[in-house]
Design a protein around this ligand. Sequence first.
Ligand code: DC
Length: 238
Amino acid sequence: MEGAVPVIAIDGPSGSGKGTVGRFLARRLGWHFLDSGLLYRLVGLAALRRGIPLDDEERLGALARSLEAAFREGPDGELQVLLEGEDVTEALRGEGCAAAASRVAALPPVRQALLERQRAFRRPPGLVADGRDMGTVVFPDAPLKVFLTASREARARRRYNQLKGKDAGVNLAAILEELAERDARDSARSISPLRPAPDAVTVDTTALTVDEAVARILALWRERAGKDGGSFGKGGSS
Ligand code: DC
């Protein structure tokens, strides 16, 4: 039964470390990992390529429903994303794609179309799901919900450090501004806004390393799974 497969939902703003922490956590537990932002980025990229205006709800909803996307592991173990057979992993990381994703993510038909695609990632022995509404909308029955935060400055600096090796023109002030805009848009939208689920545990990563953040969530999971007598499935034993 789907309900028996445990989910750890990790939500939070851009740059809070969700992706890295979630991936490491999934690896430690031997669980599947869903980076739900990638699905919104895919719709954003496909829309830009097809010249669909980013506020055309009807066409974007149809695009999200029919999107031919696949995920596979590359030779170095990294996730690769294919859109209509083409490897678009690098393109998806760009800031243009992030901004387009944030726009299309505000449209109800797009969110609705991606709901079932996201839930399909819930497979034994468990799923770590990262995004903005994993705990509130997509997996409301997740036995552990974490809201990962960090100061906006810390988040901008992380993004800057990620990009500076690839792009010499990268600018910290511009990243900070773009992050503030995206935070505002993701939090203010009327559908599935970014906010902690009432039963989420907030973890502030401003002063934590990735390993420390993973250890904290693992400890929360063990506590939760222990209280339930281990019925959430195996995992968390390593
Ligand atoms: O996590 P990310 O930066 O890759 O996400 C890209 C955009 O997609 C982000 O601005 C908000 C949106 N998003 C969302 O609305 N809901 C999710 N579950 C994941 C991402």
